[in-house]
Design a protein around this ligand. Structure first.
Ligand SMILES: [Zn+2]
Length: 326
C-alpha cells in the first residue's frame, strides 16, 4: 500500500495510524514528509513513460500504456499512490490485476480496451488496489481471512477523503465524483486463490499464483512464465516499500523476497503496483540484501519519530525502528 499515512505524533510509534486502521482520517497537515514529500508531483512524469506506447482513452483520469500486445498498464498519475493496474489478455479471456483507487470508471475503460471477458484478480486488498472492484462481476483474491474481510468491509468516506483532497491530488477529479460521499463499496470475492494455482487465459498464457505474505498477510505475486513477467503488487515497486504498517510481517516479507530471488530465473521484469509499470528483475536480490543491511544496522536513512526511510538505488524501504532487531 503506497498510500498516505498520518503520523499523529512525531515521537510515539504507537500513534502511527494507517488508512487501514479503524480510526478516523487525520488532517492532511499531519502527514509525515518522509512518506509523502511536499509537491511530490513535481518529479512527474517518471522517465520510463516516454519510452512506452501510450493508448488514447476516453477518460482523463487514466493514462494507459501498452507493454506488449496483450499486456496493458493502467496508470493513475494524478493521485499520490500513482496506482497501476494491469490488463492481461489471453486468447479466451483476460484478467485485471488490481483495480486502483476507484476514482475513475475502470469498467468503461476496460471495455474500450478489449472485447474479451475480464475478471479481477487482487494482488492484495489495500484500498488503492481494490478501489474499482465493485464495478466488476468476478473478483478473485488470495484465500486468507484478511483479504476476504477487507473486500467485504470496503472503505468509508471519512478514511478515504484525505487521499482525494489537498496535496494527495494534483489534477481535477472526474466531474461525477462527489468527494463528500465517495467510498469503496463492499464486495464479496467470487473466487479464492491458493498458492500454486494456475490462471489459464487461453492461448498458452497461464499465470501462477505465488503467495508472498509480508506487505500484507494475503499478498500474492502472479508469474506469467511464457512472457517472463512477474506481477508483484506491493511486494515490490520502485518507490518506498511499505514495511512499517500494522499488517506488515517483516520476517514473512523478507522470506517472500528471498523466494522471489530463488525463482529469478523464471522472469525478466517485475510489473509493479505503483510508479513504474515495469522494472528489471535484477532489483530483487538487491531488495533482499537491503533488508539484510537494515537488520544489521547499515544503510542511509531519514527518521521521523520511530519511522525510518532507508534509501537504495531504485527503491526505498519504510520501516519502524522496533522492527530492526539487532
Ligand atoms: Zn499495499
Amino acid at each position: 500500500m503506497k498510500q498516505a499515512y498520518w503520523v499523529l505524533s512525531f515521537f510515539l510509534v504507537t500513534t502511527l495510524v494507517s488508512c487501514q486502521a479503524e480510526k478516523p482520517a487525520q488532517d492532511i497537515s499531519d502527514r509525515s514528509e518522509i512518506i509523502q514529500p511536499q509537491n511530490w508531483w513535481e518529479n512527474l512524469p517518471r522517465p520510463i513513460y516516454s519510452s512506452l506506447e501510450k493508448i488514447d482513452v476516453g477518460q482523463e483520469w487514466y493514462e494507459v500504456y501498452k507493454l506488449s500486445i496483450d499486456t496493458i498498464a493502467i496508470y493513475e498519475p494524478y493521485q499520490f499512490e500513482e496506482a497501476i493496474s494491469f490488463l492481461v489478455l489471453g486468447k479466451d479471456k483476460g484478467i485485471l490485476i488490481d483495480t486502483g483507487t476507484g476514482i475513475g470508471n475502470l469498467k468503461k475503460l476496460i471495455q474500450e480496451l478489449t472485447n474479451l471477458p475480464v475478471s479481477v484478480v487482487n494482488t492484495h486488498t489495500h484500498w488503492d488496489h481494490i478501489g474499482a472492484n465493485s464495478q466488476f462481476e468476478t473478483i478473485a483474491c488470495f484465500n486468507h481471512p484478511e483479504c476476504i474481510e477487507k473486500l467485504i468491509a470496503g472503505m468509508g468516506n471519512s478514511r478515504l477523503r484525505p487521499s482525494i483532497t489537498g496535496d494527495s491530488i494534483w489534477k481535477s477529479l472526474p466531474e461525477d465524483l462527489d468527494v463528500s460521499t465517495w467510498k469503496i463499496p463492499s464486495v464479496k470475492p467470487t473466487e479464492l486463490l491458493e498458492d500454486g494455482d494456475n490462471i489459464d487465459l487461453g492461448g498458452g498464457r497461464i499465470l501462477e499464483v505465488i503467495h508472498t505474505p509480508g506487505h500484507s498477510p494475503g499478498s500474492i505475486c502472479l508469474l506469467d512464465k511464457k512472457n517472463r513477467l512477474l506481477f508483484t503488487g506491493d511486494t515490490f515497486f520502485p518507490g518506498p516499500l511499505y514495511a512499517y504498517p500494522e499488517d506488515v510481517d517483516i520476517d514473512l516479507y523478507r522470506a517472500s523476497i528471498d523466494l522471489l530471488k530463488e525463482r529469478i530465473e523464471e522472469y525478466d521484469y517485475l510489473c509493479s503496483g505503483h510508479n513504474d509499470p515495469w522494472i528489471k528483475s535484477e532489483v530483487i536480490p538487491r531488495v533482499a540484501a537491503a533488508f539484510e543491511d537494515i537488520m544489521e544496522g547499515k544503510g542511509d536513512f531519514n527518521q521521523d519519530g520511530e519511522l525510518r526511510r532507508y534509501y537504495f538505488e531504485g527503491f526505498d524501504i519504510l520501516i519502524r525502528t522496533d522492527m530492526i532487531k539487532d
